[in-house]
Structures are given as structure tokens and as C-alpha cells.
Design a protein around this ligand. Sequence first.
Ligand code: SAH
Ligand code: SF4
Length: 385
Amino acid sequence: MTAFALAHAKDAMTATADKINLLGMSQDMLEQFFAERDEKPFRARQLMQWIYQRGVIDFEEMTDLSKKLRERLQQDAEIVLPQVQSRFDSADGTVKWLFATDCGQAVETVFIPEPARGTLCISSQVGCALDCAFCATGAQGFNRNLTSAEIIGQVWQANSELPRRENGELAVTNVVFMGMGEPLANYRNVIPVLKLLVSDLACGLSRRRVTVSTSGIVPHIDKLGDECNVSLAVSLHAPNDALRNEIVPINKLHPIADLLGACWTYAAKHANRFITFEYVMLRGVNDSIAHADELYRLLNRKPAKVNLIPFNPFPGTVFKRSSAETIRHFQNRLREKGLVATTRKTRGDDIDAACGQLAGEVSNRVRNRLGEKRVGDRNIKVVSA
Ligand code: SAH
Ligand code: SF4
């Protein structure tokens, strides 16, 4: 096996030892794969269309590849999808899948149908190490990164299980990295997936329909801006460092000023397209009018819009959701001052598919290794109940 093939195979945990999993390889990676076999670059394009547009993963069915090449592919390569462990259908049309990874672990993927679009919320890691105080995934800790195949495989499986739209399009029209994990902490495997999502030879989604949500890994926001100009959502959740340090601990490493600096640079690279700032509404923690004013001062006159997320509870959390009235006042305050502010509708809560409720099945390697619970006691100041 060549060095290139070895490097990729190490990544593709789902592939068998001596075969390369071609799922999740970007066009340039596939071209390299074919070049190593003295095949022309257009083979990569053919393969991408078979896999992502026609949903074909059996080399035998790829009839515009020569018989010889198909045989060669059978020998050297395979297309291995993440396996659906279970599926839950919500009364509101939301669908949640549990995908088996390995060793009894599983991640979650959620499809949210709306009249104008079908949004798939995908996972990028088994668990998450960033430990945000209000997040079910964070509370479980981190097990491992998903491979590119396991990430794009969630999209492939959703498109294969769901009926096409009325206009004949595939069911998934929008992809958001808002499932389990921090996508920019799995940068190396996420980039090929982003390339496939926006490639006309694969999923063909416009860059506006692919959103990376990050809690703020600043150096990788900078890199992403140079490599792939998809839409960016930033989990801000607090308007000052003192509070953000407590509820989004990565803030201690990359404080708000640095994070916003990276955001404005990102926007500037992409024709000042708006960045979405997610703000989870936690009762008595970050939801006062004073907080709204502070948030306004951070985002005023910038290419920014705010998406308020009513907190979704999960077992064992100390937080409560702000009341509908508090959320409305907070939103109105931002709007009166001229910011674009929306409130996210909670979908699929009867199947625990709402934002921040995705827990999958994760055993925390970090925690297990230390033999103790890594997520320690927190000292969050709740000023009203
Ligand atoms: N790790 C990335 C993406 C996954 S989380 C990130 O943090 O941005 C997707 C969104 O759900 C984030 O904005 C996250 O802060 C939010 N979220 C996490 N837990 C939540 C909860 N319990 N209720 C509502 N939103 C939550
Ligand atoms: Fe990780 Fe995002 Fe949850 Fe924070 S909110 S713990 S970054 S998944």
C-alpha cells in the first residue's frame, strides 16, 4: 500500500484493514488515488457522481468504468457507510438516527423537514471535549473524531432513507454541523466533507446551505476562511469573558475579542456574508436586558445576526430554559437597536432530537483513562430561578 493510501486507511476506521474506504475522499484525494493506479483524473469525477448523486456504492454497478478498473477497485478499495443502529420519527416530521461507530459507541443525526428545505444536522465527533456547561454532548466527554466517511455517510444514509422532494431533489438540501462534537476540533476530517458537500460532482449544495457551527477554535476559523467559504455559525452564548469562561470554557483559550476578530476577518474574506451568533437562553444566567445590551455592543454594525436558542434540558443539568416572555423581550431589545435576531424553533423534542440534547452512546475515553469524572462541579451564578 502506498504512503498516501496508508495515511487515509488509518483514518477510515470503518474500512477493512487492507482496503481503502473511498467514501469521504475529496476530489483531489480521489484523483491521487487513481493517479497511483495509472488512471485519469476523470475517474474521480465519475466515482463521485455514482456515490453521491446516484447513491450507488457497488463498484459492479458503475457501468461507465471498465471491467478491468472495476475489478481493480474491488481488490483495493471499498465504500463503507456508517451503519444505522436505530431510527426515531417525531410527530412533527423530524427524524433522528443513531449511527453505530465502534465498540458500542454511537452518534446522532437529525433531519428537520420544512416546506422550503430539508436540513440535516450532522455529528463530527463521538462526544466532545470542550465541555460547555449546558450541553448534553459535552457532559459525556470525548471518545474520538469521526472519519470523513462517517461524517459524509450520515448525509448519504439520510438521502437514501428519505423520499425525494416534490421537485425531484434529494431530501437533504441543507447541512448544519450542529450535532455531536466540535467540527473545528476535527478539522482534518471535516474539510474533505465540506468539499464534497459543495462540489457539483457530489452533493452540489450551495455554500450558503452548508453551515459549520463552532464554539470558537480561533486558529481553525482563520484556516477555514482560506480553505472553504461555507456559512459560519458561532456559539457565543455570553456577551462578556467572565460569563463565557464559565459556560463555554474554550473561551479561556480564545477570548471573545480574538473570536470576534476571527469572525470579522472570515466575513471579510467572503463578501461580508453574515455570521450567525448562536445564543442559548439560560434562565437567570445570560438572559437579562443588560446582557442583550452588552451583546448588541459587541455585534453592532458588524455582519452579524443573532439566533436565540431556547435551552433544551437533559437529565442532570442545573440549567433551566428562559421563559418565552424573557426570550421575546431579549429578542425585541436586539431588534429595536437594529440587530437581526431570530429565535430557533424547537423541533423533535419528543424524540430528544433538539439542539444540545444529542447524547448518542459515548463512553468517555478521557474520563475512563483518568478513572474519574472529568466534568467537574461548576459554579454558575444563577441570579433568578
Ligand atoms: N460544537 C459546535 C456544534 C454542535 S452544538 C458548537 O458548539 O457550536 C450546536 C449548537 O447547539 C451550539 O450552538 C450549542 O451551543 C447548542 N447547544 C448545546 N447544548 C444546548 C442545549 N442544551 N440547548 C440548546 N442549545 C444547545
Ligand atoms: Fe462541544 Fe458544541 Fe457541546 Fe460545546 S456546545 S460541548 S463545543 S458540542
